[in-house]
Ligand binder design. Structure first.
Ligand code: AMP
Ligand code: FE
Ligand code: FE
Ligand code: ZN
Length: 281
């Protein structure tokens, strides 16, 4: 059984449709795949239909952007929550709306130095999708400013860049509570990914665990090896599940479906713990 629990479609910043992600998962030889678009569950239905058609298991998921009081970015994966839960829906709607204002603000700043308009960016965003820096990167690629998304993220679009603007994001412990309230299974995504920016300290882990965190994404290409050792220790100490996943974004990132996988036992445990929705088989 090959299971990958972290993939994005064009419902957020992936380059393939939800059905396209399912087809790519079949091609990659996966038996189960989760769709975890940023702050949106809009891809679930299309992915579920494609999964039924292609005979692969589909795990409904989402990745919630959060920020600690210290200003550190935290990504929280949620599996099998109720997509209509009012409290959770309200938070992600707030984030999604704020992402739009924030992207417009970044484009205004960028347009002072680069040939870039808001229309250029919108051209790369599927209708209703969660807008992110990757879409700005796509417009910069089209304008010939950078070669690809990766170059954009290592230069103009880093969080240290003068063009970077923050957007509203819930506190990670609050997000964990909301996911649990919505019957979902919260898993801390790429917790020690220091290449993406500052990483959280013990206090945030404690707050998230106290709030009901159930798992850690240990095997992820952005987690350095020494960080993974720390995460395995933390998981053992607190009885947390350990997942491994690709964080596939289609052509938007080098990450390949199935490059890290999650054990069938862990997926079974996620299914037992969740009450908000079910795996589609
Ligand atoms: P945002 O959520 O708008 O702040 O943008 C962050 C998102 O950009 C992350 O969730 C990743 O999906 C994506 N990202 C980060 N680094 C890269 C990269 N080097 N290449 C492509 N996408 C990236
Ligand atoms: Fe992303
Ligand atoms: Fe992430
Ligand atoms: Zn992701």
């Amino acid at each position: 059984m090959r299971i990958d629990l972290h993939a994005h479609s064009n419902v957020s910043d992936g380059t393939e449709t939800p059905a396209g992600v399912i087809i790519s998962a079949v091609s990659a030889g996966l038996d189960a795949v989760a769709l975890t678009d940023h702050d949106s569950t809009d891809g679930w239905e299309l992915a579920a239909a494609a999964a039924r058609e292609h005979g692969i298991a589909f795990v409904p998921g989402m990745e919630i952007s959060c920020r600690t009081e210290q200003g550190i970015s935290v990504h929280l994966l949620s599996y099998l929550h109720d997509p209509a839960h009012p409290g959770l829906l309200e938070e992600i709607t707030k984030s999604k709306d704020a992402r739009l204002t924030r992207a417009e603000h970044m484009v205004t700043l960028l347009s002072e130095d680069y040939p870039l308009t808001w229309d250029d960016v919108i051209h790369h965003v599927a209708p209703g999708a969660t807008v992110g820096r990757p879409h700005i990167a796509d417009a910069l690629v089209a304008a010939g400013v950078v070669a690809d998304r990766t170059e954009a993220f290592t230069s103009i679009l880093t969080s240290h860049s003068r063009y970077f603007v923050q957007h509203y994001a819930p506190n990670p412990a609050v997000a964990v509570e909301l996911v649990r309230a919505a019957g979902g299974v919260p898993v801390f995504a790429h917790p020690v990914a220091s290449s993406r920016g500052r990483i959280v300290g013990e206090r945030t882990y404690r707050d998230m665990i106290d709030a009901g965190l159930l798992g850690l994404e240990v095997e992820h290409r952005d987690n350095p090896e020494e960080g993974r050792t720390f995460l395995r220790g933390l998981a053992a100490e607190h009885g947390l599940l350990m997942t491994g996943s690709s964080d596939y974004h289609g052509a938007g990132k080098p990450n390949l479906l199935g490059e890290n996988t999650t054990s069938p036992e862990v997926l079974a445990r996620i299914e037992e713990l969740a009450t908000g929705s079910t795996v589609i088989r």
